[in-house]
Structure formats: C-alpha cells, structure tokens
Design a protein around this ligand. Structure first.
Ligand code: ADP
Length: 361
C-alpha cells in the first residue's frame, strides 16, 4: 500500500495587495522524504513555507499533516502545536545560554531524558564536547549545527528549512549539507527545504518542486526534472543553454546539425531545440561519418571559435555556426583553448536535446 503523505498542501493561494504571490501550490511529502522548493528569488517559496509553519495565513487552500487538517481558511492550529521544526538562514541561538540549554530550550521530558537526547544529537554532528560552550565560542558552521540539533531535538514530524546553508562559505557548506541530510534521514523527518540554488536542490532532494511566479511548474525526482524538463526555462534554470530555432515539417525539423525527429507537433509549428553546452562535442576527425554515429550525434556543423576560457576542470568555448550564424557554447573537459578564428566541426548529443514549441516570454 502506498505510504500516506506526512505533509499535504492543497491549492494554497496567497495575495499581497493585488499580486498573487502563491498561486495554487500543491505539495505532498512522504515520511522521511526531502523535498526542495526551488526557484528564483521572489517566486513565492518562503511565503509557501511560512503558511505551512503557520506564521502566515493563506487566502485559500489547506494543509494536512498525517491526514489531519492543520489549517484551512476556517480552522487553524497555532504554529507551536503543529510539531513542525524550523530552520532559517538567520537562525539565532540564545547568546546567554550554553549549547546544552539552547538545544534543551522548550524540550519536554525528565532532565535525564533531555540530556540524553541533547547529547546524542550533538555527538551525531560532532559537537558532543561543546555541551557547556556558549555560542560565541563556536564557529559559524558549528553554530549552524547547533541550530539544526535544536530544531530536531523535539522530534518534529516535519522540518521546514529556508535557505539554511546560504550564510556558510562554499567548502563548509558542502560538508554541513551532507551531514544535515544524513541526520535528517536518520531522524526520518519529512523535510521541505527552500533554496534558489539548483545544485543544492540536486544534492539534497528526493523530489524537487520547481516554482516560477507563484506556481509549481514541474515536480519530480531531480533526475527527471534535469533530463525531462517541461520547458526551456526549466532547462535554463539548471544550466547555460544553447538554442536552435526551426519549423516542424513531417515530424522532424531541419537544423545546422541535421534533422531532429520531433513527433507530437503539428506541421508548421515553430520550435526551439535546446541543449546544454556540455552536450556539444568537438568533432576533431569528423567522426559523424562513422557507423551509428549520426544516430548519436547527427550531422556535424562547421563553426568558428569566438572565445575560449578555462573554467578550472573544463573549458568553455564560444562558437558562431558558419552557415546558420547562431552562437553555440561548448563545455569541453580539461584545457582546450583554441584561438579565435579557428574553424572546427561540432556535433550535439541527440538524446540530450529537448524540442519545445516556441513561446513568447
Ligand atoms: P522567495 O522566497 O521565492 O524569494 P517570497 O515568498 O519571499 O519569495 O516572496 C514572494 C513575493 O511576495 C515577492 O515579490 C515579495 O516581495 C512578496 N512579499 C513577501 N512577503 C511580503 C509581505 N509581507 N508584504 C508584501 N509583499 C511580500
């Protein structure tokens, strides 16, 4: 039998003035699942989170936890009784309380039980020896871990996290993200994590709900969103893109890289073919002529190098297609820095190209 959702959000709507900042958002999170609410700044992620936490009230829609109504437009359980843990970027530890007291604040049970819970969680994040330290004696990363432990100590059924890692420097952030994820999984908490960073969502999420202008435009496993995006903006939210335009003619479309099979469109539909720079190959020996290679790579197209830059472990080369006058970016492993004006042949990985009907933006 399928597991019933721990958190279920149905058709949430919220206006500020005349603007509908959350527009019919529905989400369902299973016990132990991590869902990332991902989207650009201002698209309504935090507002959604605040309604689930109970600190903001929706205009319509409902929130259920373990099948029980927590809030709709008539009935409302106050935030402190929702058994929901909160963790925000600007988490504030009480400066005058020790780590033990910060974590134990508001925790119920006997002193012995509380101390056991506090010590176990602190040990788990490598801070067992800081029980009696004060916040100012800890680094930013250590304070972040204490904030996580504090949010988890009361065993919340749901954890809501709003950009919790964005105050940390890069190297520390990766480490704390991974640690946090494994503690959340061990605790079997259902997590809704807000982020505007695609890499963070890909790294943390079992499921991503991608938001744009108040709406969830696509949700699913990170692999599916990355590899089966619903439109060009979803592709470009995760990476740089290349784009070719064309017109459907008999279930295919002609481009500088040969014909693309594009079923499901009416004849004459204007389409865009979208692909990522890492899926452009430099065809040094015009390998497109070999057996099976056209199926994989299509027809090679001639292109002139405009600019090449080293990004670290890979190089970014910008081209202009000779025949079509379209710019193409290619990401190539290692150091590859051809001089501007060099003419090369390019292919694209067909299976990594997406065809969408052209839409006005
Ligand atoms: P995100 O978390 O995706 O960055 P928010 O949910 O914080 O976005 O905000 C969505 C929109 O609602 C933004 O345009 C923001 O300016 C607006 N907004 C958020 N809170 C308020 C508020 N209290 N009053 C008026 N407008 C608000």
């Amino acid at each position: 039998m399928p597991q019933s959702p721990r958190l279920e959000v149905r058709n949430l709507v919220k206006h500020y003035g005349a603007t509908r900042v959350v527009d019919d958002v529905s989400l369902s999170i299973a016990p132990g699942q991590v869902t990332c609410l991902l989207g650009p700044s201002g698209c309504g992620k935090s507002t959604t989170l605040r309604m689930i936490a109970g600190v903001d009230m929706q205009d319509s829609g409902s929130i259920h936890v373990d099948g029980d109504l927590v809030c709709d437009t008539v009935f409302r359980i106050p935030p402190e009784r929702r058994k929901i843990g909160l963790m925000f970027q600007d988490f504030a530890l009480f400066p005058h309380l020790s780590v033990r007291d910060n974590v134990g604040f508001g925790l119920s049970g006997s002193s012995k039980e509380k101390l056991h819970r506090i010590s176990t969680l602190l040990e788990r994040v490598g801070l067992g020896h800081y029980l009696d330290a004060f916040p100012h004696e800890l680094s930013g990363g250590e304070q972040q871990r204490v904030a996580l432990v504090r949010a988890l100590a009361p065993k919340p059924r749901i954890m809501l996290m709003d950009e919790p890692f964005s105050g940390l420097d890069n190297r520390l952030r990766d480490e704390i993200r991974d640690d946090t994820l494994s503690v959340l999984k061990e605790e079997n908490a259902s997590v809704l994590l807000v982020t505007h960073e695609p890499e963070e969502a890909m790294r943390m999420a079992d499921e991503i709900a991608l938001m744009r202008e108040g709406r969830v435009v696509q949700s699913g496993a990170p692999y599916n969103i990355y590899n089966a995006p619903v439109d060009r903006k979803v592709v470009s939210f995760f990476s740089d893109i290349n784009m070719l335009s064309g017109v459907i003619d008999g279930a295919s479309v002609d481009t500088a890289f040969g014909q693309f099979f594009a079923p499901g469109f009416e004849n004459g539909t204007k389409v865009e073919i979208v692909f990522r720079p890492q899926h452009v190959n430099i065809d040094f020996d015009r390998a497109g002529q070999g057996p099976n290679s056209t199926e994989i790579a299509g027809t090679p197209a001639r292109a002139v190098v405009e600019r090449a830059r080293l990004l670290g472990s890979e190089s970014l080369v910008e081209f202009m297609l000779c025949d079509a006058g379209t710019k193409i970016k290619a990401k190539v492993p290692n150091v590859f820095l051809p001089k501007p004006g060099t003419v090369l042949w390019l292919t694209v990985r067909r299976k990594r190209c997406f065809v969408f009907a052209q839409k006005a933006d």
